[in-house]
Design a protein around this ligand. Structure first.
Ligand SMILES: Nc1ncnc2c1ncn2[C@@H]1O[C@H](COP(=O)(O)OP(=O)(O)OP(=O)(O)O)[C@@H](O)[C@H]1O
Length: 497
């Protein structure tokens, strides 16, 4: 039997106990009345009247009530007052019947009789704690994003699909996107201080997800700091993360506060974690195990309270097997692992992401908002996006700055790299394509590839291909690859915001 919990000492939650006057079994109020402000109702109707008056945070109901079942009452409570936490007490004989309706009532917990009084106290104490945590979470989010309507809920309730976490709006995705279940999972784990490992190719949005996780958590008002661990030699990385004292090494001309200390109370995002040396893995493991840092050159340890989110585009499990990544560190970092699929595996996301990126580009360049033509979008869809969304942003920025400012961005603005690959993709065995279609696709691929190699100099390309200039131009027009005469593909606009 669990030890009786320490009841909350902060502003206590008010608990409504709903049980018939004639309850033959031990009253639910006895274990609770010394610890919580209680209200009592003897029927479902009386309970609803009392809840309408407000001031209650937790409802504990008996299943057998004179006018309705406890489960029906709690389902109705969920509809009218979704924020209240609901606990149902059932006679053991009713458990099977009740189980089917638990989802509808969105219960925090149900307790079959007989139970130990401490179990009831523990359940209600946890419900009150949860209620307070949820109010605190809503307050933090409202402070962080004034004006936004937050309908998120921390209740781990797999039946409730109506809740939406708007911190994830930054993650653009199409309907039925493979990112959707990942967003669901992220919203669920955000309030708990479990370490998260994000995996996926470069540019798939690992840092974006790490920020959304931070924003959705109770740490949202505290700092989020990010470090690219693969970019620095060990000593510099150690100093960046844990700090150093003046004189600790050549060049340490002043004390430096490390990112773990700067992020105290918040989140540290360790990018490219798969690239850190074996020696640094040991140092990081110690910090994570002990929850303390020791700046280089200091004798003193400092306790820090951070949530660690790590990311990698490497296969860490393979690295563990190969002995290049420590098992114990991996398990410290990968409390929950979220894998972000590459953009080429999410064709439904491409259109919505392009729209968002074009809006961003119009804002950044002060140009009118433009959209992609159907053909341009189709060609973008055929490209394999090794650099994922980062590369897509660069491609679209390039199209915007090369365009004449008209409302539509056509395929002639696509970079040679995208066009070449998109056409070659057509040439790949396509299941039910006819021989003629596949030969044409191959021809388009060869044209693109030659033009790319010749820097889109059509005279040179025509000579190389043994075609006249007119013949080449006709073929390009046929495949939608025609740029204006003499046009030479410019290098892509690089960079990322
Ligand atoms: N689903 C998305 N919706 C909107 N923007 C996105 C999405 N995915 C990625 N991005 C944008 O693409 C860029 C690259 O994303 P991010 O830096 O998060 O990727 P990453 O996986 O951390 O990359 P790396 O491994 O190279 O560090 C960012 O500007 C990010 O905002």
């Amino acid at each position: 039997m669990p030890a009786a919990p320490t009841p909350l000492t902060e502003t206590p939650s008010t608990v409504l106990v709903v049980e018939p006057h004639t309850a033959a079994t031990a009253s639910l109020t006895t274990p609770l009345e010394r610890h919580f402000p209680l209200r009592r109702a003897a029927s479902a109707a009386a309970a609803e009247d009392m809840l309408a008056a407000g001031g209650v945070q937790v409802v504990v109901a008996e299943q057998r009530l004179p006018d309705r079942s406890g489960l029906e009452l709690l389902a109705a409570v969920r509809e009218r007052w979704p924020d209240l936490l609901r606990v149902l007490v059932t006679p053991n004989a009713d458990v099977d019947a009740v189980a089917a309706g638990i989802g509808r009532a969105g219960l925090f917990q149900y307790l079959p009789r007989p139970f130990h009084p401490d179990n009831l106290l523990l359940t209600v104490t946890n419900a009150c704690r949860f209620s307070r945590l949820r109010r605190e979470h809503a307050r933090v989010l409202a402070q962080r994003h004034p004006g936004a309507v937050h309908t998120g809920d921390l209740t781990p309730d797999p039946w409730d699909r109506r809740q939406r976490n708007w911190c994830l709006d930054a993650v653009v995705r199409g309907p039925d996107s493979p990112l959707e279940p990942i967003c669901d999972q992220l919203a669920r784990i955000a309030p708990y201080d479990i370490p998260v490992l994000l995996t996926g190719e470069s540019g798939t949005g690992k840092e974006l997800f790490a920020r959304a996780l931070h924003e959705s958590s109770l740490r949202a008002l505290q700092p989020f700091v990010a470090e690219n661990c693969g970019a620095l030699p060990d000593q510099l990385l150690e100093s960046e993360l844990f700090g150093h004292r003046k004189g600790a090494f050549t060049g340490a001309i002043a004390d430096h506060v490390g990112l773990f200390e700067q992020a105290d109370g918040g989140t540290v995002f360790l990018d490219e974690i798969g690239d850190v040396s074996a020696a640094f893995q040991v140092k990081l493991l110690r910090v994570l195990q002990e929850g303390e840092i020791r700046p280089i050159g200091s004798e003193q340890r400092k306790r820090v309270d951070v949530r660690v989110v790590a990311a990698t585009n490497k296969d860490l499990e393979a690295a563990m097997l190969a002995g290049s990544f420590r098992h114990d560190l991996y398990y410290r970092l990968a409390g929950v692992t979220l894998h972000l699929p590459p953009l080429r595996r999410r064709p439904g996301d491409l259109g919505p992401i392009c729209e968002r990126l074009l809006r961003e580009a119009a804002r950044a360049f002060g140009t009118p908002l433009q959209r992609l033509s159907t053909e341009a979008l189709a060609l973008l869809n055929r490209y394999h996006w090794p650099g994922n969304v980062r590369e897509l942003r660069s491609e679209l920025q390039r199209m915007v700055v090369l365009s004449d400012g008209g409302p539509e961005l056509g395929p002639q603005l696509l970079s040679a790299r995208v066009l070449a690959r998109a056409s070659v993709a057509d040439a790949l065995p396509a299941g039910d394509a006819t021989l003629k279609e596949r030969v044409e696709a191959l021809e388009a691929g060869i044209l693109s590839e030659t033009l790319t190699r010749c820097g889109w100099n059509k005279s040179r390309a025509a000579t190389e291909l043994g075609l006249s200039r007119v013949g080449l131009r006709n073929k390009l027009a046929r495949y939608g690859l025609d740029l204006a005469d003499g046009d030479v593909a410019k290098p892509p606009v690089s960079g990322d915001s």
